[in-house]
Design a protein around this ligand. Structure first.
Ligand code: CU
Length: 182
């Protein structure tokens, strides 16, 4: 196997995977193969960077939601801040005096995309609803709404709920309580 023709035949067989590649004359042609290997390496690096970006992005999202929260918590004077998210109401119990005008600053830390993903019929909002309290408001995604209503004159515990996301009214997480004292 020393003639050029024989060598070419051997090359073709190697290229077709039919013959073992052992000759030194293959060295030059080995570089495309190692190039392929480094392409695979680039693919793995890209995959790693993609996963790393997802993890870092998730961290940034969580951190930024903390800052969004700080802004949303900035209630006007006289307004009590009540936060809603997939995790529920915070605080879950609102205190009021009988017959008092209750001024609430509702804020929603969830994104419209997240809300719609969890509940396509949500319209991208959380809500606060109570037939007894005559309250029905939508709290925009990553936004807030100031809302005033009159507390019942009868002391007691009044249920309210959000009817979007994570089971809505059927989910214990979406319920809160207005505690009315005499
Ligand atoms: Cu909700």
């Amino acid at each position: 196997m020393t003639t050029r023709a024989a060598r070419r035949t051997h090359d073709r067989e190697v290229a077709a995977g039919k013959a073992p590649d052992s000759g030194d004359h293959r060295r030059a042609k080995a570089s495309p193969a190692s190039g392929g290997a480094s392409n695979a390496g680039i693919g793995r690096t890209a995959a790693f960077l993609f996963v790393a970006a997802l993890i870092i992005g998730g961290g940034v999202y969580v951190a930024s939601s903390v800052f969004r929260g700080a802004r949303g918590n900035d209630a006007a004077a006289g307004f009590q801040s009540v936060r809603i998210s997939m995790a529920g109401w915070d605080p879950v119990t609102i205190d009021a005096r009988a017959g008092q005008s209750v001024k609430l600053h509702f804020w929603n830390t969830d994104s419209a995309m997240h809300l719609t993903e969890m509940d396509p019929s949500s319209g991208g909002v959380h809500t606060l609803i109570s037939d007894t309290l005559n309250v029905n408001v939508a709290i925009p995604a990553e936004g807030s709404k100031d809302f005033t209503f009159t507390a019942p004159t009868k002391p007691g515990y009044y249920d309210f709920w959000c009817n979007t996301c994570c089971g809505g009214k059927g989910s214990p997480d979406m319920h809160g309580t207005l505690h009315v004292e005499a």
